[in-house]
Design a protein around this ligand. Structure first.
Ligand SMILES: Cc1cc2nc3c(=O)[nH]c(=O)nc-3n(C[C@H](O)[C@H](O)[C@H](O)COP(=O)(O)OP(=O)(O)OC[C@H]3O[C@@H](n4cnc5c(N)ncnc54)[C@H](O)[C@@H]3O)c2cc1C
Length: 454
């Protein structure tokens, strides 16, 4: 929970960037480049990206997920003089959130993916630049992409998360690749969701393993929600199968009474929940996971490893020292998200190191506030801080659709410069209801509308 920064840590951070140089990334304290980017870059160093001349202070936003899309739209609304460029490596959008509902047939693929980066840009008067970020020169205020360099006045980096397989004892690249490709976690790219969707539809019985990692992983309730959705398919198809939730945590991490009630009342004999059972290794050939006490054979699995801030954050020299967080997250101001010591560069969304829930609603509401911070600073004003809000629905029943939910705020301690956790106003709705089932879909539609429409 501690993300307080001090001068000692700042000095340590300098050594992160220098260490990058020492490991062959060719980085200095202010210039960092992605390893190997030199070979794959489509343009030579110094080439400018093919973009119109900036008509105002240029705000470059990296990452077209919930966070980046929100900031690209709302920074322009807050301060129309901004010339906004969204740099996103994907050319097709599909949301991570709501993917569990797709597995159970409650929504179709269009629900997740019928949203266009082009439309978002046209509707909201910014540029969508389909490119991959490969480096950053903070001194020269240049962002380096595989399609050339972009000068910026302000930069927001919102690249989401990456997995940390080492924390579940998967260390050699061969096993890591096998596990990642064969039993993906389903918490990053959309291609993982397509694979899990196929696995659920083709499941003929046996044991479907869903693991839950330790730490501040992306979307706390989602692995439990997914277990419910897979169990609903098993129940509907009358299969001889069960879902084993192998949980690294001693208790369900959020909305515990609501999930326990669903497991006991809707999925007795179909869902088994095993607490305090972190995965310590995977034997891909034998289709087994190891824990401290035993080895478990599975027929199908979605192995969710620990998470960390996107590797890009580290490669750009924007990562926190591990004293702030054991998850390799960004080194940023607690309230305003700027990189410590540089008010031109911000890190937002699930790469942040504040102890917020890593969720779309958090990224969206944080994004609204960061847009205001950028607009204020571009006009020489002092920004205000508004805590993000985590509204999160979890579908626990598929027929009829019923959900539980949480609505959480956060408290800030100015003395310690810390986010101390959920605010007292936080409400948890553990009684599943059809009204909350409908609200689950409405919530997702609201996020799509907020970031893609005008
Ligand atoms: C199964 C599942 C269920 C979920 N359910 C919910 C829910 O019910 N409610 C909720 O609030 N949240 C939910 N979430 C969480 C939510 O989806 C994420 O927390 C949120 O979308 C994070 O937004 P982000 O912008 O930080 O990251 P992302 O959405 O991951 O976006 C990061 C973007 O950066 C881009 N990028 C990365 N590297 C580069 C690069 N080098 N160059 C250019 N672009 C780059 C990526 O392509 C990506 O588009 C769920 C997630 C999952 C996986």
């Amino acid at each position: 929970m501690n993300n307080k920064h001090n001068r000692r840590d700042f000095l340590k951070l300098g050594s992160v960037a220098l260490a990058a140089g020492a490991t062959g990334l060719g980085a200095s304290a202010a210039v960092a480049a992605v390893a190997g980017a030199g070979e794959s870059a489509a343009v030579s160093s110094g080439t400018k990206a093919d973009l119109p001349k900036a008509k105002g202070p240029r705000l470059v936003v990296v990452g077209g997920g919930t966070s980046g899309l929100t900031i690209a739209k709302y920074a322009k609304k807050e301060y129309p003089k901004f010339d906004v460029v969204l740099v996103e490596k994907r050319d097709m959008y599909a949301s991570c959130f709501s993917s569990n509902l797709w597995y159970a047939g409650l929504v179709n693929l269009e629900f997740l993916a019928d949203h266009s980066f082009l439309d978002a840009a046209v509707n909201n008067n910014y540029i969508y630049f389909n490119a991959t970020v490969t480096g950053l020169d903070r001194t020269g205020r240049k962002l380096i992409t595989n399609k050339g360099e972009i000068d910026y006045d302000y930069l927001v980096v919102a690249p989401g998360i990456d997995y940390d397989y080492e924390k579940i004892g998967v260390k050699d690249p061969e096993t890591m690749t096998a596990v990642r490709q064969t039993w993906p976690g389903g918490f990053t790219q959309s291609t993982e969701h397509v694979t899990i969707h196929r696995k659920v539809r083709e499941f003929e019985g046996g044991l479907f393993l869903q693991s839950v990692p330790s730490g501040n992983y992306r979307c706390l309730p989602a692995p439990y929600e997914r277990a419910c959705m897979i169990a609903a398919v098993i129940k509907k198809n009358k299969l001889k199968g069960k879902v084993l939730i192998l949980d690294a945590n001693p208790e369900i991490t959020i909305k515990a009474p609501g999930f326990h009630a669903a497991f006991d009342e809707l999925y007795k004999g179909i869902i088994e929940w095993r607490p305090s059972s972190p995965i310590t290794g995977v034997d891909a050939a034998k289709k087994q996971v190891h824990t401290d006490v035993d080895s478990i054979s599975f027929d199908e699995a979605a192995i969710y490893p620990n998470v960390r801030g996107a590797v890009l954050i580290e490669q750009l020299g924007l990562m926190a020292d591990s004293s702030h967080s054991n998850q390799k997250e960004a080194y940023i101001d607690t309230r305003f998200n700027n990189f410590i010591g540089d008010e031109r560069v911000y890190v937002t969304g699930d790469s942040r190191n504040q102890p917020y829930s890593k969720s779309a609603n958090t990224s969206n509401t944080e994004g609204h506030n960061v847009a205001k911070v950028l607009a204020a600073r571009a006009q020489g004003k002092d920004p205000a801080w508004v805590a993000p809000e985590t509204i999160c629905y979890s579908m626990v029943n598929a027929d009829p659709m019923e959900a539980i939910s949480v609505d959480a705020g956060y408290d800030y301690d100015p003395e310690k410069d810390l986010i101390t956790g959920f605010s007292k106003a936080t409400k948890v709705y553990n009684e599943r209801s059809a009204a909350r089932g409908v609200a689950t879909l409405e919530w997702a539609r609201g996020i799509y509308r907020d970031v893609f429409k005008a």
